[in-house]
Design a protein around this ligand. Structure first.
Ligand code: TXE
Length: 480
């Protein structure tokens, strides 16, 4: 059985106490590898290594840092198939998705920030007759990156790449549920010639190693993506130490579909925004509001398409949905389906486990599920489910759609479907959301700010926003 190691001071090492936890293949429901159960002692070693590496790494020219990062990107790209297979096995997602989205995006993250840093300039503010100000942006020092299981390498690299490009040394922790590709990345960093201690990858449980990272005084910033409750916990520890914090948390995203939309486009994109990655993307639209004149037509077509979406083992090329990430997550999703029934909802399709045969008989598969008849403010419509479960609700006016869309504690992303340009802008403007897609979904330009409002997070990732987060700003005034 494969045993994953930590990556500390440029080497693959066992955790200090040599304790391991099981890593499960969700498509078969079986343990298939072991991962370090790291502790505060491992964090200490990683901090020591990062502390030693920082003066060197931060004084390298940005071109030299960029070259190493581009080499990492190139090596992942060369092994795209192996990485995609590992990601799909670890997470349960269809292999086709890992191949077309997860791994290519991890490559892009490294390429993007390796080159963005070459164009990252600071400002100068001229004051007539008084002098001028110039601003410097220097790396923070040692920073912590904590990422979730839904898009493992994709979100891990989304944090690490800008942190490294800006000249920081990084201690990073992938989710204990999906550690494999982060481990493979550590092997690649060694091969690419990343200096020892610049990037350290620790595996293990959130409340142990993640907590120890958050508490360590020498880790000056934490970039976190995960559940809102965890984000709350992390900020309660890190904020009193005045650490810089970037928090990308949950969502309960609305899709507003107006009667004047391009029906076919809205329908096929809504299939993706509802069920891609088994609905386990923080940007998935889980509350679908449909203008009454097309409600019945949309509902019929949506239910029909959903019934025909094949749930199968991840390497099945015909699979539209694979396994959800863990047994406990599957049970959580099923509990929400039960709650929907108790809250008066009607399950139009799905709502139950799919039992495959043979070696996949114990895997965690769920039918994509559509629910109607729920009030906008019931728990199922307010809480993040994070699975292949959506609700549909009719609306009569733009004001009503906006009121329902804005009614949750979250505000990450929203989608608006209409061919009326004025209405599209007006609705986008009035949505309480960090990201709005008009007549599309999940189109990502890595230069744009990414993040949410309200309980969906604090701060923005992406483009120069990320490079600003991972640097300290100083303004210097010079009298003329
Ligand atoms: O996330 P956690 P979980 C949502 C989704 C899901 C719920 C819980 O609703 O059902 O969150 O998922 C680390 N100190 N999202 O439990 O626990 C943990 O080890 C420091 C939305 O898997 O937040 C992992 O590396 N770190 C989301 C990371 O935090 C801690 C994606 C995320 O895990 C920690 C995933 C602690 N005390 C889940 N506790 C999105 N918005 O993309 C845990 N961690």
């Amino acid at each position: 059985m494969k045993v994953i190691k930590n990556y500390v001071n440029g080497q693959l090492v066992s955790p200090v106490f040599d304790k391991y936890i099981e890593n499960i293949d969700p498509s078969r429901g079986k343990v298939y590898s072991m991962i370090p159960d790291s502790t505060a002692e491992d964090v200490e070693l990683a901090v020591e290594a990062a502390e030693k590496a920082f003066p060197v790494w931060s004084s390298w020219s940005k071109e030299k840092r960029s070259d190493v990062m581009l080499k990492v990107a190139q090596l992942i790209e060369q092994r795209l198939d192996i990485f995609a297979e590992a990601e799909s096995l670890d997470n349960g997602k269809p292999l086709s998705l890992a191949k077309s989205v997860d791994i290519p995006r991890a490559v892009s993250n490294f390429k993007f920030f390796a080159t963005a840093i070459l164009h990252f300039a600071s400002e100068s503010h001229y004051m007539e007759s008084e002098g001028f100000n110039y601003t410097t942006r220097k790396p923070i020092g040692i920073v912590g990156c904590i990422s979730p299981w839904n898009l493992p390498l994709y979100l891990f690299t989304w944090k690490i790449a800008p942190a490294l490009a800006a000249g920081n040394c990084v201690i990073a922790k992938p989710s204990e549920i999906t550690p494999m590709t982060a481990f493979m990345l550590s092997e690649i960093c060694i091969e690419a010639g990343m200096p020892a201690g610049v990037l350290n990858i620790l595996h293990g449980l959130g409340h142990k190693v993640g907590d120890a990272m958050t508490r360590h005084r020498k880790i000056k910033a934490i970039s976190f993506t995960g559940g809102t409750k965890t984000g709350e916990m992390i900020s309660s520890i890190a904020a009193p130490m005045f650490k810089k914090l970037s928090l990308e948390l949950g969502g309960k995203n609305p899709n507003i579909i107006f009667a004047d939309c391009d029906f076919d486009d809205a329908l096929s994109t809504t299939m993706r925004s509802s069920f891609a990655n088994q609905g386990q993307i923080c940007l998935c639209g889980s509350r679908i509001f449909i203008e009454r004149p097309i409600y019945e037509k949309f509902k019929a077509a949506f239910v029909e398409k959903t019934k025909n979406s094949l749930v199968s083992y991840p390497t099945d090329p015909k699979a539209k949905l694979g396994a959800v990430v863990s047994e406990s997550h599957m049970q959580k999703i099923l509990a929400y389906v039960q709650l929907a029934k108790e809250e008066g909802g009607t399950i139009l399709t799905g709502g139950e486990r799919v039992l495959l045969e043979g070696e996949y008989k114990d895997g965690y598969y769920l039918k994509p599920t559509i629910i109607e008849g729920l009030s906008y403010n019931c728990r199922v419509n307010q809480e993040e489910i994070f699975g292949p479960v959506v609700t549909i609700t009719p609306f009569d006016t733009e004001e009503e759609a906006l009121m329902m869309a804005n009614s949750t504690q979250y505000g990450l992303a929203a989608t608006v479907w209409t061919t009326n340009l004025k209405k599209a802008h007006r609705v986008a403007d009035n949505l309480q959301s960090g990201i709005v897609w008009i007549n599309s979904w999940l189109v990502r330009d890595l230069r744009t700010p990414f993040g949410g409002v309200k309980a969906s997070g604090v701060g923005r990732e992406g483009g120069f926003e990320a490079l600003r987060f991972f640097t300290e700003t100083k303004n210097v005034f010079v009298k003329s």
